[in-house]
Ligand binder design. Structure first.
Ligand code: ADP
Length: 324
């Protein structure tokens, strides 16, 4: 246990230090230098700050000629090597993704000692903000988001990408309240060996509440894409119940409870959750090789036993900010 504890602590320290690495606020106008596909360069008018991450700050940005809005994710060009590595991974993997439920990566450029990522704008915050604001969501809404996220996971896995940090805070909401997976900083590209066996990744990463037990195992064999299905199970539980299943005051206790699948659904008198929903979550929180694949998830009986809103319903019911 000890070495892993230290590993976790040093990761936590790195995260705290990273707080000091945020870039300074950008000027009111930012210039993208000319490039092969944009010979005259471009100008973005910087609007309000959308949020801060471990080392990035995001602003609303308007492209001058078209007035199209984007999220400008800004990081310092000079970063400590660990951050630099995370950022390079993000750039390499995220820029190759193209799916309706993944935050679209448009371009990257350098300006004023910072690197700018131009991303699809998600003006309605994350699933985390939505669940906090509404103290839980309806089963219909959870069905809607489960289908969208499963589709994005199927796409990522088909491209050999494991996200490894799926959580409510990394699932953003576009102006129509569609879910868009973002933050590919911990993602991994599965490499296929000579014998076509997947070389499993063995790095410890993720956020305590959402980490699959096989990542924590001593002498672990490595882990594969099914860790994303575990995280989806946690997201589903959290959306339905209002908090993640293994929530505890210490990280060790969260891990113990995850290993033992020690979770309880809210009392039915306080919050009714259908047995079908509970069954799907239980399936996702099994041993890695027993978890359902995205196609199996969306065929689960839970999806045919109740109401599911359309995009238009989501748009009118939940939206925080009106579309432009
Ligand atoms: P980090 O990689 O440093 O954790 P994130 O990608 O989580 O940074 O971004 C930091 C914050 O910026 C997010 O919590 C969110 O508030 C905001 N943000 C990130 N991407 C977008 C986006 N595409 N649209 C709107 N806001 C975003």
């Amino acid at each position: 246990q000890r070495p892993r504890q230290n590993e976790l602590k040093s990761k936590a320290t790195a995260m705290t230090k990273a707080g000091k690495e945020h870039p300074p606020p950008p000027p009111a106008e930012v210039y993208e230098p000319p490039s092969s596909d944009r010979k005259d360069g471009a100008t973005y008018t910087v609007g309000k700050m959308l949020g801060k991450g471990g080392f990035a700050v995001c602003y609303d940005g308007k492209l001058a000629p078209t007035r199209e809005r984007y999220a400008l994710k800004i990081v310092k060009s000079q970063m400590p090597s660990k951050m630099e590595q995370k950022f390079q991974t993000e750039l390499q993997i995220h820029s190759k993704m193209r799916n309706q439920n993944i935050v679209q990566f448009l371009r990257a450029f350098a300006f004023d000692n910072c690197t700018y990522l131009v991303l699809e704008l998600c003006p309605n915050g994350s699933l985390m903000d939505m669940v906090k604001r509404r103290k839980g969501v309806t089963e219909g809404e959870v069905r809607f988001y489960t289908i969208q996220i499963s589709g994005a996971i199927k796409y990522m896995h088909s491209k050999g990408v494991i996200h490894r940090d799926l959580k409510m805070g990394n699932i953003f909401l576009d102006r129509h309240m569609n879910a868009k997976i973002g933050d590919f900083g911990l993602a991994a590209l599965l490499v296929t060996g000579k014998d076509m066996q997947t070389i499993r990744r063995t790095t410890l990463c993720g956020t305590p509440n959402y980490i699959a037990p096989e990542i924590l195992q001593k002498g672990r064999q490595g882990h594969d894409h099914m860790v994303d299905i575990w995280s989806l199970g946690i997201i589903l539980f959290a959306m339905l119940a209002g908090k993640p299943p293994f929530q505890s005051s210490t990280t060790d206790e969260i891990y113990r409870r995850a290993r033992e699948r020690d979770y309880e659904w809210p009392e039915p008198s306080k919050k009714y959750i259908s047995p079908e929903a509970k069954d799907l979550v239980a399936n996702m929180l099994q041993e890695a090789d027993r978890r359902p694949h995205p196609d199996e998830i969306v065929q689960h009986k839970w999806f045919s036993t109740g109401y599911m809103p359309t995009t238009a319903d989501m748009n009118s019911n939940l939206r925080e900010f009106p579309p432009e």
